[in-house]
Design a protein around this ligand. Structure first.
Ligand code: KMH
Ligand code: ZN
Length: 271
């Protein structure tokens, strides 16, 4: 079965000071995504920045960026509703009104590095309901075992539909550490038929991405998750080298990166 590669070129926290090749402005993000698509990515996970490079939930900026991406390549668009730690939840959820094919749903509040990631239960429920109305496929971001249980409760309430699609996020300070044992634990607890990928944040990005693929998951790659290609200090020159690396891992395991059509099918997208 082919493996889906999602490119995550920007993220909520890192700046050009951390890695000068980080894509932040619409044109830069569109260029990075088109390049990553040529390297094998078929989903673009997007965060947006204002002119001062601060995370933003501006629909104008998002619309412009998505338009530029769609002009350049047929990649599927997944908007982050995580946006950035200082952007109020009530603003973040407005991005789904752009009706991207997919958006993230972060089920619980948590500490996130030095900051706080606010996802209040009633708001999460409303967001899940709105995504269902708009037929936007939620990607459920689980940073801990309790987050998985929260998602299953949303499914029991009829707010999420099967097949559930998860990101197992490991390595965020405030969530579970990036260890093989934690990946196995979460992976074993996923409901039958779940679609999943690993988001391995930080220095264990390569090993845990490889492990996720070896276990039959999909892959995510890009500067949102790691600024480095291998060792700390060896900056990745953009997200494409990380996508190329993920594509090499997929092929080394005897599979191939999914095409856009296969991605639609594997994710059971209905529009
Ligand atoms: N930044 C990652 C740790 C989101 O954007 O909604 C998780 C993430 C979630 O990508
Ligand atoms: Zn993100």
């Amino acid at each position: 079965m082919p493996a889906i590669i999602t490119v995550a070129p920007t993220g909520p926290i890192a700046t050009k000071k951390d890695n000068p090749s980080l894509a932040t402005q619409p044109e830069e993000i569109a260029t990075a995504v088109a390049e990553a698509h040529r390297a094998g990515a078929t989903v673009a996970h997007l965060h947006f920045r204002d002119r001062l490079d601060r995370p933003t939930a501006s629909r104008d900026i998002a619309r412009t960026t998505i338009g530029m991406i769609r002009d350049r390549c047929p990649i599927l668009v997944q908007v982050s509703t995580g946006v950035g730690l200082d952007v109020p939840f009530e603003e973040r959820v407005g991005l789904v009104e752009l009706r991207p094919e997919m958006a993230t749903l972060n089920p619980c509040s948590m500490s996130f590095g030095a900051g706080e990631f606010r996802n209040p239960p009633a708001g999460v429920r409303d967001l899940a309901r709105r995504m269902r109305e708009l037929r936007i496929r939620p990607e459920l971001e689980i940073y801990d075992t309790g987050h998985l249980e929260a998602c299953l409760r949303l499914r029991d309430e009829g707010l999420l539909e099967d097949p559930l699609q998860f990101s197992i996020v490991l390595g965020v300070a405030g969530g579970m550490a990036a260890t093989p044992a934690n990946l196995m634990l979460l992976r074993e607890r996923l409901p039958a038929g779940a679609i999943w990928q690993v988001i391995a944040v930080g220095r264990h990005n390569l090993e845990l991405t490889a492990m996720g693929l070896a276990l039959g998951g999909n892959a995510r790659a890009g500067l949102e998750d790691t600024l480095y290609l291998l060792r700390k200090g060896e900056l990745a020159h953009g997200s494409t080298p990380l996508v190329e690396r993920a594509a090499r891992l997929v092929r080394a395991l005897g599979s191939r990166p999914a095409t856009v059509a296969q991605t639609r099918e594997l994710l059971a997208l209905d529009r």
